[in-house]
Design a binder for this molecule. Structure first.
Ligand code: FES
Ligand code: FES
Length: 158
């Protein structure tokens, strides 16, 4: 069955004819060509499909596209502004906080959501806040360093 679903995606309005029960992850990747959100576990455990929904990190592998009707979705492709990378993206680069790259779009958006909620997190709060965004290699400490640096850059850091 085909429904009309309209929402804001990466600062632009989009309108689709699709089954509103399809998962947002596959609509983004397959219909809209945004491959930043990745398919990892498909069950809400890993975080590599993360996008921002009204500025909050959500798992696009669990969300039906119909539930974003009228709302704002940002993927990693839409995080930069006026050609400038977001401070979290810049900090990940500066701290070499990426190894595989597969989990990084989700890690970055998760970190942005964390800093939206808590602009001056302690290291412990970052560890706790990023706990369910999985990195399977050795980048954990650099990811935490990067988020601390981004918080400071965004004038909230401790
Ligand atoms: S693919 Fe969505 S949480 Fe793992
Ligand atoms: S950087 Fe992706 S799993 Fe560690």
């Amino acid at each position: 069955m085909s429904d009309t679903v309209s929402f804001k995606l990466n600062h632009r309005p989009v309108q689709l004819q699709t089954d509103r029960n399809r998962l947002l992850l596959w609509v983004l990747r397959t219909d809209l060509g945004l491959t930043g959100p990745k398919y990892g576990c498909g069950e809400g455990h890993c975080g590599c499909c993360t996008v921002l929904l009204d500025k909050v990190a959500v798992r696009s592998c669990l969300i039906p596209v119909g539930s974003v009707q009228g709302r704002e979705v940002v993927t990693i492709e839409g995080l930069e502004q006026d050609g400038e990378l977001h401070p979290v993206q810049q900090a990940f680069i500066a701290h070499d906080a990426l190894q595989c790259g597969f989990c990084i779009p989700g890690q970055v958006l998760h970190a942005v959501s964390l800093l939206n909620r808590n602009p001056s997190p302690t290291r412990k709060e970052i560890v706790r806040g990023m706990d369910n965004s999985l990195c399977r290699c050795g980048a954990h400490t650099r990811i935490i360093d990067a988020i601390q640096a981004a918080a400071a850059e965004m004038k909230g850091g401790k």
